[in-house]
Design a protein around this ligand. Structure first.
Ligand SMILES: C[S@@+](CC[C@H](N)C(=O)[O-])C[C@H]1O[C@@H](n2cnc3c(N)ncnc32)[C@H](O)[C@@H]1O
Length: 310
């Protein structure tokens, strides 16, 4: 909830609020492409912008609408990289676009959505509830090597092969259905001393796979940038090193003077960068924010500004 300038969110506490507020300053039409419970969207509205709120989770759109109503804000349900949503964003002609990646506290805390390793939760993890493959589908059908690669690359899991082997052996006896099945496989692979930090890391990797989050981000970033008005700004808050790498590399490439495809013999882009990086390093939460909201601990904000017209 947004009350007179202080945030009392129960759905999700927006991270890096001060940095988002500073970045939003001067914006007139802002897209919150991951609206969640509407905490950041409330900041954008308070900064005087008209807001387009997007989320692929219909429950999030409903919660944001509940909090923020209809004044100065419109809503669109879908993935920010989908053709439908990109078309809506383009028509809106934004000068600010914010992405706050990952899942909301509400999604994490709603056991039935299956993002949690708490006992008895279904292995679902789909952000767009009811659409696409579930975490159980991935665990029950993916070949061992593919599972191992996912846990190794997305969770830096040193025992990824052992974990994948345990999953394949266990699913032959009974298909994976609940969080306990994966927690038990992790305990088998990593030993009895494995704990919540390991479960969180490996469940997050599986969620990233289920929702194809890195692929979506990589494809969507240039398309979103292209919708910005001259002088407009994009900000992305990431929570995972794979996400951060994609954003960092995209921003670096866009700020190069020549953006012709590699190997093109003659430069046709006239040597003008697409814009400039506003954050040399990601902005991280201050200790006070981490004390109040431990879930912000891995957050980092990077921002980019597209070149203004001459
Ligand atoms: C960390 S929460 C955002 C919280 C929000 N900033 C707030 O202040 O309440 C991330 C949200 O992004 C949504 N999301 C993640 N990936 C998405 C995508 N590709 N397209 C649209 N929404 C997405 C999730 O459903 C979730 O609601």
């Amino acid at each position: 909830m947004w009350e007179g300038g202080s945030i009392t969110a129960t759905y999700h506490v927006p991270v890096l609020a001060g940095a988002v507020r500073a970045w939003a300053e001067g914006g007139r039409r802002a897209v919150d492409a991951t609206v969640g419970g509407g905490g950041h969207a409330a900041l954008l509205l308070a900064a005087g912008a008209e807001v387009l709120a997007v989320d692929r989770d219909p429950e999030a759109i409903a919660a944001a609408r509940d909090q923020l109503g209809e004044g100065g804000i419109r809503y669109s349900t879908g993935a920010f990289g989908s053709a439908k949503v990109l078309g809506t964003i383009e028509t809106f002609r934004p000068d600010r676009i914010l992405l706050d990646l990952g899942v909301s506290s509400h999604q994490l805390d709603t056991d039935v959505r299956g993002f949690t390793f708490r006992p008895g939760a279904p292995l679902d993890m789909r952000m767009a509830a009811g659409r696409g493959v579930t975490a159980a589908d991935v665990l029950n059908t993916w070949p061992e090597a593919r599972l191992a690669d996912a846990f190794s690359q997305l969770a830096d899991e040193p025992r990824a092969r052992r974990l994948a082997r345990a999953i394949v052996r266990r699913r032959a006896a009974a298909p994976f259905a609940t969080s306990d099945d994966l927690v038990n496989a992790i305990r088998e692979a990593r030993g009895p001393r494995s704990g919540p930090a390991d479960f969180a890391r490996l469940f997050q990797a599986l969620r990233i796979v289920v929702n194809q989050e890195l692929e979506q981000l990589e494809l969507a970033l240039p398309a979103l940038r292209a919708t910005l008005e001259p002088g407009g700004r994009l900000a992305v808050i990431t929570y995972h090193s794979g996400e951060d790498r994609i954003v960092k590399n995209a921003f670096r490439d866009w700020s190069r003077p020549c953006v012709c495809p590699p190997g093109q013999p003659v430069c046709t882009c006239r040597g003008r960068p697409l814009g400039r990086v506003l954050t040399k390093k990601p902005i991280r939460p201050a200790p006070a924010e981490l004390r109040d909201n431990p879930r912000a601990r891995s957050a980092g904000l990077r921002a980019f500004e597209v070149t203004a017209d001459d």
